[in-house]
Each structure stands twice: as C-alpha cells, then as structure tokens.
Design a protein around this ligand. Structure first.
Ligand code: ZN
Length: 475
C-alpha cells in the first residue's frame, strides 16, 4: 500500500483514538508488507549548526547545498521544521527519542537539570535494532557522543575520537574570531574530539559496505559548528571567504555548508551505488541553527528562528517527489514518522507525531516546544546577552511564537510570524490572549518545573573532563 495514504499514528491526547487506530493498524497490512522480504533501511543525517535558510532549497541564493537541494527535489521538504533546543545533545536526544527535553532528560550541556539520556528510554536505535536492523552511528564531535547517552541502542557507535584532528588554515581561522584562541589549542597540543565531513563520511561508507541487510545509520556532521574544522581552500575560495574580507563569518559558514553537502552527496551516492536507495528511508535534518549576527548573536543556545528553524528533508521508496509541506513539524516527529513508514509500533506517549498525515493535508496543526535553561547550565557562555541569561521556554505555532522568560517575565516575547517572520517586533502587550494560550501549553508540558538540586557526581565528572578537553561555554 501507499505509505502516504496511511492513517496517522496516535495522538497522546486521545487514548481512545489511539486504541482505535492501534486496532486498525493491526488489521492493515503493515507498511512492511510492501517492503519485500526485509524492512527498509533508514539513513538519518544530522547537520550540526545548520539553519534552514542557508540551504538552496530553502531559498538561499549562494548554491551552498546542491546535493541536499537535489534530495529535496526528489523527496519531501518540510518548510517549517522546529527543534526543541539550541544545544547539540538536547536536540539530538529529541530526534532519537521523539520526546521533548523535560521527558527525555537531556536538558543542559552540564548541570543539575541533567544531561544524560536514561538507559530505559526507548530510542530509535533500540526500536530498529529489535526489528532486525544493524545499527551504526558515526558522530563527529563530543556534544553528540555517548557522554550524553546518545549511543543507547546502537550496535556500533563511532564517536570520532580516533579521527579527531584540527583542520586549520592561517588564512581563515579562527572562523568566529571569538571565545577561543587557536593558539591555545595548539600550544597545549589538545586535540578536540571532533572530525571533519570527509573523515566521518569515509567511516560511514566503510561500515555500510560491510552490511548486507537492513540498517539504521546515523551520520552526524559538525563542520559549521566549529572554529577549528576549516574546509579545504577550494571551498573557501568558492565563497570568497577571506580572513579580513567582507562578511567573513557568513562566507566561511557557507563554505562549511558546501563542504558538508559535498560529503553528504558522497554518502547518498554510496547508497545508490549499492542499490540501497530504493530500499531506504533518508532523513536529513539539523540539531539547531546559528545566529550569524541576527538578534545580535553569532551562535546558538537561544530560541529565535535562526537557532530553532532547521531543515528537514525526507525521501522514501514510493514516497512523494518534489513535495513541499508548509505545516509546522518538529524534531520529535522524526521517530514516529520512521516507525510508521516501517510499519512498526512507536512507543506510547511520545511528544512527536508522524508527519505522514500532513502529506494529504489531514493532519492537525502542531505546537512546537523548545527550551534553554541558561541559568542552570554551567556550560552557558558568559558572553550570552544578559536578557538570555534566564530560563527560556518557547512555544511555536505556524503563526505565533512565545519566548517566556521565567526569571524575568517582563522580558518575555511574543511574535506574530505572519507579519514578522524574522521575530523582530515583540507584540506581547498587544496580544495577551495569544501569549496566555501559548503559556498554558508550556505549563502543560511540565518543563517549567525544573529540578535545581545539587549537582550530581556524573555532572561534576563531566565538567572536569570538558575543561580538560578545552571546551568552553559555547560547547
Ligand atoms: Zn549542535
């Protein structure tokens, strides 16, 4: 059967409906029925620090991402996808569990509210592993590593430590020119746990070649994040990125995206060459975006569009080609989407819902949840603007967005996204009813009751390791 015509999976707000649908799904031939003798594979690519509006297929004019643009043209592009956080491990935990941070428990980089995924939480890797997939993860940096429990359920977890290397270029680094000095790393001979797109892609393809049956492969790219993963010169030159040139930060960012896109293209080609593409669900997204100077902030960790709005591209056998979905979707929607396409049962009570029902416009509008517990994260950078040193909770709908500042509610922000997609004019005073509705959603989510007890030993241990690695407050 056509997977796009399948009914949606359960809504956690309606157990009756869930029970009815559960019975219905059990009667239908599972999606797996037309997958042949073995289930489809899943390729999940997460692009660190990649804001949606810098991809060609999202309207950027600099030809940064030809391979991703081609994937969008051959699959589905979700125009308005929202992350749960502006921090790498928090957002990845949502992608891998279908849960918002208060429920998966990874809420800060390190600090009392917790930054480790509980072993009992069902993950994409565990579900697919139990369904018979070989599960391999290839991450490019410490913030996406086993330190945060993101390895749970994977048979093979390559954290990049063996390939870690600095890729510097005296003409171009440091990229951001802030926070860390390149000399510091080099003088102390610290090698950060992070690798470039070429290295992680080599490892991912080598593993794929060893597999015969269905796989879940997660590949995480880190290039746009880090000041010390400078792409080769031809990529920098293509975007006329020069150390002292105009728009240096944006141009190096574009070169990073282009370099990463080139290697994602290699990975997709490896699936094609091995005849796997027509038996694989491909999902490409990001953990969060990057400020690049918007709202006077260069990095992530806060909750504006440039941090939270992520690309989401999907392609699966027999799925739509060249479709654009305007509805709001969330990173928590990925797991239930994958299980629905594979005809598998999703864990009960997820925060996310499959996006498949949005393809025939039958889906109900969704609300996205995001948070930034900056005053509880001992890793939050000191340079963060004063008004964001707060407990920030965010509710996003297609048309409205609330950023609630818990410790200083007078700083809270409401944006009318129809009139003001860039989130520049705070209209909270003019629309108290919209703010109240979104605040009620946040209160219902349970996230604002944050545990602020003593720092537990695992967190103290992590803090020491981070400092030894030379990580500073921007991750
Ligand atoms: Zn990240």
């Amino acid at each position: 059967m056509d997977a796009t015509a399948m009914p949606m999976t359960r809504s956690r707000h309606s157990t009756l409906r869930a029970a009815l649908l559960g019975g219905l799904l059990a009667l239908l031939p599972a999606c797996g029925a037309d997958q042949g003798p073995e289930p489809w594979s899943v390729l999940l690519v997460t692009l660190d620090t990649t804001r949606a509006d810098r991809l060609g297929c999202y309207g950027y004019g600099q030809d940064t991402t030809p391979n991703l643009d081609a994937l969008a043209a051959d699959g589905v592009r979700f125009e308005f996808a929202v992350s749960t956080a502006g921090i790498t491990p928090v957002a990845h935990a949502s992608i891998l569990t279908g849960l918002n941070p208060p429920r998966h428990g990874v809420r800060v980089f390190h600090g009392a509210p917790g930054s480790y995924l509980d072993r009992t939480t069902p993950t994409l890797a565990r579900i697919l592993g139990e369904a018979g997939h070989a599960t391999g993860a290839f991450v490019s940096a410490y913030p996406a590593s086993e330190r945060f429990g993101l390895d749970h359920g994977f048979d093979h977890f390559d954290n990049g430590a063996k390939d870690s290397a600095l890729h510097t270029d005296p003409e171009f680094e440091p990229k951001l020119g802030v926070l860390r000095g390149a000399g510091d790393w080099q003088q102390r001979r610290w090698v950060p746990t992070q690798r470039r797109a070429d290295a992680v892609t080599d490892k991912a393809i080598a593993w794929l070649e060893e597999q015969d049956g269905p796989v879940l492969q997660w590949v995480h790219y880190f290039d746009p994040h880090d000041s010390f993963l400078v792409p080769p010169r031809k990529f920098l030159q293509r975007f006329e990125a020069r150390r002292d040139g105009p728009d240096r930060m944006a141009r190096v960012y574009d070169a990073d995206l282009n370099f990463m896109d080139h290697h994602v293209g290699r990975l997709l080609e490896a699936y094609r060459e091995r005849g796997r593409m027509e038996r694989t669900i491909v999902l490409v997204t990001a953990d969060h975006g990057q400020g690049l100077g918007d709202h006077d902030w260069e990095q992530h960790r806060i909750l504006y569009r440039e941090q939270l709005q992520i690309p989401l591209l999907a392609r699966w056998p027999g799925g739509p080609r060249g479709r654009v979905v305007p509805d709001l979707v969330r990173n928590t929607d990925l797991l239930p989407t994958i299980t629905q396409l594979l005809g598998l049962e999703a864990p009960r009570g997820l925060d996310g819902q499959s996006v498949v029902d949005l393809l025939d416009a039958s889906g109900e509008p969704r609300v996205a949840y995001a948070e930034a517990l900056n005053t509880l994260d001992s890793h939050a950078p000191g340079a963060l603007p004063e008004r964001h040193k707060d407990l920030l909770f965010c509710a996003v709908e297609r048309d409205w967005k609330l950023i609630h500042h818990v410790e200083h509610p007078e700083n809270s922000e409401l944006y009318d996204l129809r009139e003001d997609p860039g989130e520049l004019v705070n209209v909270l005073d003019e629309h108290p009813e919209e703010a109240a509705r979104l605040l009620a959603f946040l209160e219902e989510s349970g996230g604002m009751a944050v545990r602020t007890g003593e720092v537990d030993p695992i967190e103290e241990e992590a803090a020491r390791k981070l400092e030894a690695l030379g990580y500073s407050g921007d991750e």
